[in-house]
Design a protein around this ligand. Structure first.
Ligand SMILES: Cc1cc2nc3c(=O)[nH]c(=O)nc-3n(C[C@H](O)[C@H](O)[C@H](O)COP(=O)(O)O)c2cc1C
Ligand code: SF4
Length: 603
């Protein structure tokens, strides 16, 4: 029967059957339809709407939200160059232009023969081995001109992605310094066995005694979070692992999932034991699509060993399993409530908080959301005990932190240190000389100048989700901040006006400064925007969008002043520049075709 169906109908039927027509899986269905058909056509949406009995607008609303879902035809090969500042430093834009030239396609467009489209994506989490790109969501690292030539040849010859050389898709771990977590050697089941011997109450006590705090950025006490969820009223409880890892410059979760997935899944299972959950979900960022088969294989192995499923390790009534949901290119989905919306198959718009997920999370039920590294550390604590863990690091920051080091250094990669390590110690270890600045915790974090390199990575000094980007003196810190501001404007989900408009205005302001139209008044404008974004944004993205600009103005002001050629204020909207297309169309470039203040005339 399916043999005679057209490919779109076949893809829709297959995915709808796989997800048992459950509307909470729309995002997964759309993603799979696109993998089979290259884009999500109106026909596919029609068929999906009929099968799920949902309003068309609902499906279109979801498809339209995610950067990696296409509702217009795209090339059979969809190339996205990672566009973090570290990729820029490694020449990603030159390679992108070169590839566009080789394949006769304009950036952001699809070739006339519908073979290829080329564009950029926000950081793909490969900063230690960039410049990187995605082809149909599969990562290729360490791009060079030679590699671009080879890829162009494969595309021109229409070679299926599955037949491309395997070494292209090799992503290295690059673990440079191990400590108790990366070097634990914990075998699958060790932590669970220790936890079952103590019981759920005992495990919770160990976790609280460990002083473990969340590794995803906010640093909430993990034991208290699990306890609040355990005590919350609900029909069911859920465990969610946040593997969205969208903060530019962060890639430690990628390595944990690639090489320590058992520790992560075991941590989720321990959480299930404490809170009484039957189901867990790992939300994997779309950029890590290449990890999906590996993670599913680890889950399967754990089921076979009775580390998942019914009656885990013979413990009657301890039934728990985990499934993986793939994201589709939306940084805001790392925010825990947006992530839950996305897990429910909706647009990833952050919810109002409170209530918090621990009481009203997935399907409005009590839910624990933790970062990948937090779950891995929980396994270690279950095995070695809370007091042991609390003895590592500082009194306010227990344990170790994995740093994702990239940028201007000889040895980029992962560095695990006990909390309290100084910035300069990390710089020495990674072989960074002549350092001008370090951006800790990504664009939403903090930019440190040389005078601050004695400061410490710890909740009480510099808290971080893990990114550690190094910039030497050849780098223009204004351009670094401008890249980050473009990132925020691109990733704003548009739900609230202060962030939607504010991040765009900030981007325009920085572009205006770059183009030599800035004046000292622009600093006041930036301060004003910051006040609005801080006080009126709905989520953390808006709150932190001005951070990189404020930090770099305070610490690297000459990089801005160099650009201040105007004494008078000019609005960020350049009317004369906006008239350029009209001039080109009419072939005019005389004085009357230009806008000058006072004349009000234009083409
Ligand atoms: C815009 C935004 C993006 C975020 N992205 C992530 C992310 O990629 N991974 C993550 O673990 N937490 C991220 N967070 C923090 C989560 O909302 C949440 O605090 C975290 O997953 C809780 O886990 P933890 O307690 O283990 O840190 C983000 C927050 C915001 C505001
Ligand atoms: S602050 Fe920005 S990202 Fe957050 S909800 Fe508002 S528009 Fe969306």
């Amino acid at each position: 029967m399916t043999g005679t169906m057209d490919p779109v109908a076949q893809a829709v039927a297959a995915t709808v059957a796989r997800y048992r027509k459950d509307p909470y899986y729309i995002l997964q269905m759309l993603r799979e339809i696109q993998e089979a058909c290259d884009w999500i056509s109106p026909e596919a949406i029609d068929l999906l709407q009929q099968a799920l009995r949902l309003p068309r607008t609902k499906i279109e609303g979801v498809a339209g939200f995610y950067a990696f879902l296409y509702t217009r035809p795209r090339g059979r090969y969809r190339v996205l160059f990672s566009d973090n500042i570290t990729d820029r430093m490694l020449g990603n834009m030159e390679l992108l232009d070169y590839m566009c030239g080789q394949l006769w396609v304009e950036r952001g467009k699809t070739s006339e023969d519908a073979l290829v489209s080329i564009d950029t994506a926000s950081c793909t989490g490969m900063c230690d081995q960039g410049p990187a790109l995605l082809v149909n969501n599969y990562a290729i690292t360490r791009m060079t001109r030679e590699r671009v030539d080879e890829i162009c040849e494969l595309i021109r010859n229409k070679v299926a992605l599955a037949d491309w050389p395997r070494e292209y898709f090799r992503v290295e771990d690059q673990v440079r310094r191990k400590d108790v977590l990366l070097g634990s050697g914990l075998a699958p089941g060790d932590a669970l066995a220790a936890a079952l011997a103590r019981g759920a109450e005992g495990l919770l006590c160990e976790l609280k005694a460990s002083n473990l705090r969340g590794r995803g950025g906010a640093g909430f006490a993990t034991g208290l979070k699990w306890e609040a969820c355990r005590n919350a009223q609900g029909k069911a409880r859920y465990v969610v692992c946040n593997a969205d890892e969208g903060e530019p410059g962060t890639f430690k979760d990628r390595v944990l999932l690639a090489s320590h997935a058992d520790m992560v899944f075991e941590g989720m299972t321990l959480c299930a034991l404490v809170i009484g959950a039957g189901k867990g979900m790992l939300y994997l960022r779309g950029e890590y699509r290449y990890l999906l088969d590996h993670l599913n294989a680890v889950l399967e192995r754990r089921r076979r060993r009775n580390l998942l499923g019914a009656g885990i390790l013979g413990w009657s009534g301890f039934d728990f399993d985990i499934e993986i949901h793939l994201g589709a290119g939306a940084y805001v989905c790392g925010e825990e409530s947006a992530l839950i919306e996305s897990l429910e198959g909706k647009r990833g718009t952050p919810r109002n908080r409170p209530p918090f997920p621990v009481t009203h999370g997935y399907l409005d039920q009590p839910t624990v959301v933790n970062n990948v590294e937090t779950f891995a550390a929980s396994s270690l604590i279950a095995h070695r005990g809370g007091a042991w863990y609390a003895g590592i690091g500082t009194s306010a920051s227990a344990g170790t932190k994995i740093l994702s080091v990239s940028g201007d250094c000889a040895r980029p990669g992962l560095y695990e240190y006990p909390y309290g390590v100084s910035v300069s110690e990390v710089l020495d270890a990674c072989g960074a000389g002549d350092v001008q600045a370090v951006q800790v915790s990504g664009p939403s974090g903090v930019c440190l100048a040389a005078a601050e390199f004695g400061r410490r990575i710890a909740f009480e000094d510099i808290p971080t989700a893990g990114a550690f980007m190094v910039f030497d003196h050849s780098r223009d810190m204004f351009e670094v901040a401008r890249n980050f501001v473009h990132f925020f404007a691109h990733e704003s989900c548009g739900f609230c006006t202060p962030c939607r408009v504010g991040t765009s205005l900030l981007r325009n302001l920085m572009d205006k400064l770059k183009n030599g139209h800035g004046s000292p008044y622009d600093f006041a404008e930036i301060e004003k925007l910051n006040r609005i974004l801080q006080s009126m944004s709905h989520c953390g993205l808006g709150h932190s969008a001005c951070n990189p600009v404020l930090d770099t103005i305070a610490k690297f002001r000459p990089a801005y002043e160099r650009r201040l050629q105007q004494k008078e204020f000019e609005p960020a909207f350049d009317l004369d520049w906006a008239l350029e297309p009209a001039r080109q169309m009419t072939g005019r470039d005389d004085a009357g075709a230009h806008f000058t203040t006072g004349s009000g005339e234009g083409a």
